[in-house]
Design a protein around this ligand. Structure first.
Ligand SMILES: *Cc1c(COP(=O)(O)O)cnc(C)c1O
Length: 360
């Protein structure tokens, strides 16, 4: 028998969450963001669950090619675009669309003359990560229009703080900057990540780019996924592989960070930070054992962690443990560990089997 840890990926939760995106943004087309192996969920199975979406967006060229060779006909957008002229032949062969965010890319395009590529020109409206400054933009658009090989142009930007309700002013500054610079053109626009899709309908434009909400986690710290009617897609589960009875003063795990204050029973689960469980999760981080809530004890090891079995009747090796997902939101674990659901989901280790279930 293999190690009992697995990530169950719920196909119907993905399709449900896609319908929620459609409800929020009924007039926009949807680019499902599948970067980082679909936020750790597995690229091709996730794409299959979302197969009717209007397009896909990611950053990894090999993943984009495998979507195309699997047979998806929709636009596939590379969010950082291409990095060298060598890649342009692949963009051509597989009909991939590219974000253009840097003059180097414009220069490479003008040298490579064979094909007609869809481009999303990225405008830096204040995040200062990728994109042309509002001042540069007219010149860039001019150059790209003059390039016979550009098939169609979409204008895009990205918000730095759409997930923070106290940063409304930042979003409106970025939106206003974008509208001011783009209104003289008649190109389709793309601005919204999950947080903006939910909180800022005025940003929807022609293409929205949901990531985290498709996977059933909340982009907001003050709203749960359930508040947003999103369903968890990944459930990380494992089993108890050992049980110990502790006396008062007995310690648990590396450095004995947890010490029993009363006689208690603990279980050791086959899940550790080498599986992607956060090492910074402290004692009291919730876990489910046999569908009852309990808590983590002491320091998370590379391959194992300890669970309080107080109040869990008849617990024994082989009992099921849920680390996050159904019944225990990944956002909650992220909060305990001082990180985000994004990092936990896309940090799921390659050694954990993803098991795709059509219905849960
Ligand atoms: C990752 C990403 C998204 C998706 O963001 P979520 O917060 O996961 O919805 C959208 N746009 C760009 C440019 C991204 O890099």
């Amino acid at each position: 028998m293999s190690r009992p840890i697995q990530a169950i990926i719920n196909h119907s939760a993905l399709t449900h969450n896609l319908t929620i995106v459609r409800q929020y943004a009924p007039d926009a087309r949807i680019l499902a963001v599948l970067k980082a192996d679909a936020y750790g969920h597995g690229l091709l199975n996730t794409a299959n669950a979302l197969k009717n979406v209007d397009g896909f967006a990611l950053l990894e060229l090999d993943a984009a090619i495998s979507l195309r060779t699997t047979g998806y006909q929709q636009p596939i957008l590379l969010l950082e675009g291409f990095f060298s002229t060598n890649e342009l032949a692949l963009f051509e062969q597989y009909q991939l669309s590219s974000v253009i965010h840097h003059t180097e890319q414009v220069a490479m395009l003008s040298k490579y003359k064979q094909h007609r590529m869809g481009v999303f020109i990225k405008v830096n409206t204040g995040m200062n990560r990728l994109g042309f400054s509002p001042k540069q933009l007219p010149q860039i658009i001019e150059e790209l229009i003059n390039n016979q090989h550009i098939k169609d142009i979409t204008l895009m930007t990205h918000f730095a703080s759409a997930d923070d309700p106290s940063e409304k002013a930042s979003v409106s500054r970025q939106l206003q900057c974008f509208e001011t610079i783009t209104k003289k053109y008649n190109y389709p626009c793309s601005l919204s990540n999950s947080a903006a899709i939910i909180n800022y309908p005025e940003t929807h434009g022609n293409w929205v780019r949901p990531g985290i909400m498709l996977y059933g986690a909340s982009p907001f710290s003050d709203k749960t996924a359930a508040d947003l009617n999103l369903q968890p897609v990944m459930t990380l589960s494992s089993k108890i592989i050992a049980i110990h009875d502790l006396k008062v003063g007995d310690k648990v795990g590396y450095h004995g960070l947890f010490e029993a204050e009363y006689p208690m029973r603990i279980g050791i689960a086959a899940c550790g930070y080498a599986d992607g469980y956060p090492r910074h999760a402290p004692t009291d981080t919730p876990v489910l054992i046999n569908n009852q809530r309990s808590r983590l004890l002491g320091r998370v090891s590379m391959d194992m962690l300890a669970i309080d079995l107080t109040g869990i009747k008849n617990a024994k090796p082989g009992d099921s443990v849920v680390l996050w997902g159904e019944g225990i939101p990944v956002d909650e674990i992220a909060k305990y560990a001082g990180t985000s659901s994004y990092e936990l989901l896309c940090g799921l280790a390659a050694r954990v089997d993803r098991k795709f279930l059509k219905s849960f």
